[in-house]
Design a protein around this ligand. Structure first.
Ligand SMILES: Cc1cc2nc3c(=O)[nH]c(=O)nc-3n(C[C@H](O)[C@H](O)[C@H](O)COP(=O)(O)OP(=O)(O)OC[C@H]3O[C@@H](n4cnc5c(N)ncnc54)[C@H](O)[C@@H]3O)c2cc1C
Length: 469
């Protein structure tokens, strides 16, 4: 790994650990999603032959699962079928960081700049949504390891301190380090209310359990190949005729041509350590178990698991030419080494620690950094996609927004400009690769130059377009 020094290096380069310590940390790390490792789960049948339903939902990640649950909660008589190409929760929903945020807009800055006239309402709806998730977890006694710890944003470079100074929860460097002890922390801000942590794999499986308890029929290993007029969804061996359809297929190729250029898959990488011992825990503090994220364009997120491992993810955001979703993209040794190095820079006290799991997942990035919504086929098909790394909480809001749209009667949600407006599409190849590569390079450069944005980033800011994970 090249080591940069001097003013244009980040703290992770200025204080890079010994490469031997990085190698040591990664020896024996299994390429497997920690959250799904060893989880016991029921198997749902494949869809064969003809079925009829009032609502068919395509995709059993959080968005599809919440849609099925909310549809039955809102109208217990509705016949709901859920059709999943693989297994429940195998994709982004089973492999994310588990930061369940109130924000529907990927943070206040993004939301307020795009929808100043309705941002306060979006904030309220987001908080109600997070409370709604917690209430569902309570009501159905869902075992999802929900912890309302809040989130700690940390400045790891001098220029980032000013970005936190106006916050209510502002903490100077020493106060931040009293919460979580990293020599990279120069300041922090603890938002205690708007982020909860969950076990992502358990959340997906528990949502499926609740959906089944409410009477939803779930089919796995049944990829929908086409949505025909009727409307009807068809798989290789079966079909469902329904009054209404919800497409909750996230980063996978949209079943609607109009949405094909609305998102691009961006790969995000994650490490999980072995459980910390008592001495290691004492060395870093972290009694409050907050979710932590730094403020760079290429940021890291980290948290503790229930058995006190550290999950450490983010930084590299990798787009591949052609925008395909491929398992082969998930193993990227140079990214895992970079993440392990950054973990050891963040917590040098933990030198000697081993990584137990490494994995990656595709994020459905859209140019406005938060989900978009819409209908097709005379209002009988609804869709939501483009969560851009912020779907753990927002997927429940998306479920309600789609059900509202299918209802046909205006609601507070369907009247939002955020729900009515579509983001700018990405250009086709070769422009997509070129544009994303240049934007990515510019963001790295800004991180090394006191956050200063170059002309390209300023231009993209001006037209409300960008690239993020
Ligand atoms: C590594 C990583 C870390 C992340 N961390 C966070 C985080 O900490 N906080 C946060 O808020 N968000 C995070 N995210 C994003 C979050 O995980 C997603 O926004 C969320 O899970 C999206 O849920 P979903 O149901 O829309 O998509 P998915 O979970 O991807 O589910 C879509 C499902 O649709 C199915 N499908 C697709 N096409 C078809 C078809 N034709 N027929 C049938 N089924 C189909 C797929 O098989 C899949 O199961 C992260 C994502 C990744 C990859």
């Amino acid at each position: 790994m090249p080591r940069r020094r001097g003013p244009e290096a980040t703290v992770f380069e200025r204080r890079a650990p010994n490469p031997a310590a990085v190698d040591h940390a990664l020896v024996g790390a299994t390429h497997q999603v920690f959250w799904l490792d060893g989880l016991s789960r029921p198997t749902h049948p494949e869809l064969i032959e003809q079925h009829a339903a009032d609502l068919v939902v395509v995709g059993a990640g959080y968005t599809g699962l919440w849609t099925a649950i909310r549809a039955r909660e809102r109208d217990p008589g509705r016949r709901v079928i859920l059709v999943e190409a693989g297994r429940v929760g195998w994709a982004a929903s089973g492999r994310n960081g588990g930061f369940c945020e109130a924000s529907l807009t990927h943070g206040e800055e993004n939301g307020r700049s795009r929808w100043p006239q309705e941002y306060d309402r979006l904030e309220r709806l987001g908080r109600e949504n997070l409370d709604g998730i917690a209430a569902t977890v309570d009501r159905h006694r869902m075992d999802v390891e929900l912890e309302r710890t809040g989130a700690l944003s940390v400045a790891t470079e001098q220029h980032q301190i000013a970005w936190l100074e106006g916050d209510d929860g502002f903490l100077d460097g020493a106060a931040t380090r009293r919460l979580v002890d990293s020599p990279t922390f120069l300041a922090g801000s603890w938002d205690r209310h708007d982020t909860a942590l969950v076990h992502p794999g358990k959340l997906a499986l528990e949502l499926a359990r609740v959906a089944a308890d409410l009477g939803v029929q779930i089919f796995e290993q049944s990829r929908v190949e086409v949505v025909d007029d009727g409307p009807v969804v068809r798989t290789a061996h079966g079909e469902v005729h329904a009054d209404q359809i919800v497409l909750a297929t996230n980063v996978f190729p949209s079943l609607l041509r109009r949405n094909r250029l609305q998102t691009v898959p961006v790969y995000d990488y994650v490490l999980v350590t072995e459980p910390l011992g008592a001495e290691q825990k004492a060395a870093i503090g972290w009694q409050g178990r907050q979710g932590v994220a730094d403020l760079a364009n290429h940021f890291h997120y980290y948290r503790l698991t229930a058995d006190d491992r550290i999950l450490f993810g983010g930084y590299d955001a990798v787009y591949h030419w052609g925008g395909k979703v491929r398992a082969a993209y998930e193993d990227r040794p140079e990214t895992y080494a970079r993440l392990a190095s950054h973990l050891l820079t963040t917590f040098p006290q933990l030198e000697g620690i081993r990584i137990s799991h490494r994995w990656a997942g595709a994020i459905d990035t859209c140019s406005r950094f938060c989900a978009f919504f819409g209908t097709a086929r005379q209002g009988r098909v609804a869709y939501a996609a483009g969560f851009t790394g912020l779907g753990v909480g927002a997927s429940r809001f998306a479920a309600d927004a789609m059900l509202d749209l299918l209802g046909g009667t205006p609601t507070e949600r369907t009247e939002l400009a955020m729900v009515r407006e579509r983001p700018l599409p990405f250009p086709p190849e070769p422009l997509a690769s070129l544009g994303i590569r240049l934007t990515d390079w510019s963001m790295h450069r800004a991180d090394r130059r006191q956050g200063r944005r170059n002309l390209l980033l300023k231009g993209l800011d001006a037209v409300g377009m960008g690239f993020d994970s």
